[in-house]
Write a protein that binds this ligand. Structure first.
Ligand SMILES: [Zn+2]
Length: 411
């Protein structure tokens, strides 16, 4: 199987060396080739360059991309794509004035999703989730992190992991599984939270690791969920089983979760709608990447992550959808790239870097995904006719994607 794409108006995110992350002011640069070609064999990027230097290459499929832009597929490093049903009734409750916290206190929120998931068969959960994954792929996403966390029992969490494993086996997109061991406190543990944490550290994590699926461990470090001390205890338990942290912090309150993440060598700290200078200092000189989730801020009408403060401090930043039924029911990365420009004041170049190479870094896969580099996986977006790549974020909520190549296959 070989594909040749010629006459590409702009070939974006071309990195000769195997760049794995782009930080600070370097995020303003998006390397590209105007009037370019790219050649793919099986699942691998083999060759690319300017049409001026093009020598005839034979390929089974040839695509003329005149007036079109080609870029690496989006890398969505934070999703909760496996869930059951939806939470449209809570959406209406919020329109009518209830806050996210009030809905959660009334038995809605994550507990509502957990109840639905526990009652849903593994087969049905797979069917619903696989359909969503295929929708994400069609919108240009080629690598997706998927978290558990709607189980809230050992059995239901293991069911989620098995579903994620099956998605990983059956779809062409790269799937990165994360054990969101501590997402919320089930009702029956409200008055004895320490017993629930014991269940997580002594049963769930060991049982989950036996399945040998999850690569990362996540905790929702937030008031009313898990404290900094509890987060540390759960991350330590995960470390015993080689699960690296990727954690939810600073969504509504600053508890000190960012520095706890950094101390535990977290790959990423996600949300950061609330952020102070200590958090920024903690991230400097670390390998931990901050991740902004503007779709969640949009949907809940909460503050946006201060991306400028992070990038201007010389830090890297990734952006992701947080696709989930409660706080971000859209997995459209095209919208996220646009929201990053409009609401986070990122330039189109910064937003595209954050959604490709840095998103791949936040999943630990940027050696193989997230840029146009010889030897990397052939996951590409071919846009509709566009004058310039800046139209991708500019024409918000429009779909720039015309064709997808994923794992070397044209869809
Ligand atoms: Zn999340």
């Amino acid at each position: 199987m070989s594909i040749l794409i010629t006459n590409i108006k702009q070939l974006l995110q071309v990195r000769k060396n195997n760049t794995t992350i782009v930080v600070g002011k370097d995020m303003k640069t998006l390397p590209l080739i105007e009037n370019a070609y790219i050649y793919i064999e099986n699942d691998t990027i083999i060759e690319y360059g300017s049409m001026e230097d093009y020598d005839v290459i034979e390929a089974e499929t040839i695509i003329d991309a005149t007036d079109k832009i080609v870029l690496p597929s989006w890398c969505d490093s934070h999703t909760h794509t496996v869930y059951a049903g939806d939470r449209t009734s809570e959406f209406v409750d919020r329109i009518n004035g209830l806050s996210y916290a009030e809905i959660a206190n009334n038995g809605g929120g994550i507990l509502n999703s957990a109840k639905l998931l526990q009652e849903t068969s593994e087969e049905e959960l797979f069917e619903q989730s696989m359909k969503r994954v295929n929708e994400l792929i069609a919108m240009g996403t080629g690598a997706i992190e998927i978290k558990t966390g709607y189980g809230l029992t050992v059995e239901a969490e293991l069911k989620m992991l098995r579903v994620i494993k099956r998605i990983k086996q059956e779809c062409l997109a790269k799937i990165i599984p994360t054990l969101l061991a501590a997402h919320a406190i089930p009702d029956q543990y409200r008055s004895n939270k320490s017993d629930y944490i014991k269940l997580i550290t002594e049963q769930l994590i060991p049982e989950a690791s036996k399945l040998n699926i999850a690569q990362y461990i996540d905790v929702f470090c937030e008031d009313g969920y898990f404290s900094v001390e509890e987060t540390a205890a759960i991350l330590n338990a995960g470390k015993t089983y080689n699960l690296q942290p990727k954690i939810h912090v600073n969504q509504f309150n600053i508890l000190g979760g960012v520095s706890i993440g950094v101390e535990h060598n977290a790959l990423s700290v996600d949300h950061l709608e609330e952020l102070n200078s200590e958090d920024i200092d903690a991230l400097k000189n670390s390998d931990t990447i901050p991740v902004a989730l503007p779709g969640c801020s949009y949907f809940l009408s909460i503050p946006y992550t201060p991306a400028r403060a992070l990038i201007d401090a010389g830090l890297p930043l990734a952006i992701a959808t947080d696709y989930n039924p409660g706080s971000a029911p859209s997995g459209n990365m095209n919208f996220i790239v646009s929201a990053a420009c409009v609401k986070l004041k990122m330039t189109p170049e910064e937003a595209i870097n954050a959604a490709t190479i840095n998103g791949a870094y936040a999943m630990g896969i940027s050696n193989m995904y997230g840029s146009i580099t010889r030897g990397k996986k052939a996951n590409l977006i071919i846009t509709r006719s566009l004058k310039h790549y800046r139209e991708i974020p500019y024409a918000f909520a429009h779909n720039p994607v015309e064709q997808i190549i994923i794992n070397g296959q044209l869809l």
